[in-house]
Write a new protein. Sequence first.
Length: 101
Amino acid sequence: MRMPPVAFIVYLVFAGALALIGRWLAGPSSPDSAMKRSTYAGGEAPPTTSAAPGYRPFFIVALFFAILHLGVLVVATGGMNATTIVYLAGLLLALITLILG
């Protein structure tokens, strides 16, 4: 006999009881306090600017590794011949272009 609904109800009651006990232990809230409204960051003031201005730096790094890994897969499965050397030269040129922008 399966009893998932009963287990769900038992866990729901248990979670609700824990939430009520937690609220009781926390005491009354005071939204007028400046400390309640401030951001906590280990004692440091929150940053005013974003760390990276958009996704462009991420996409450059992701494209670099995608080209590099796919290039290694192609070279590893193709063997060393004249076509592979031309492919490696093109791969090197693409990576340098990507790095220098």
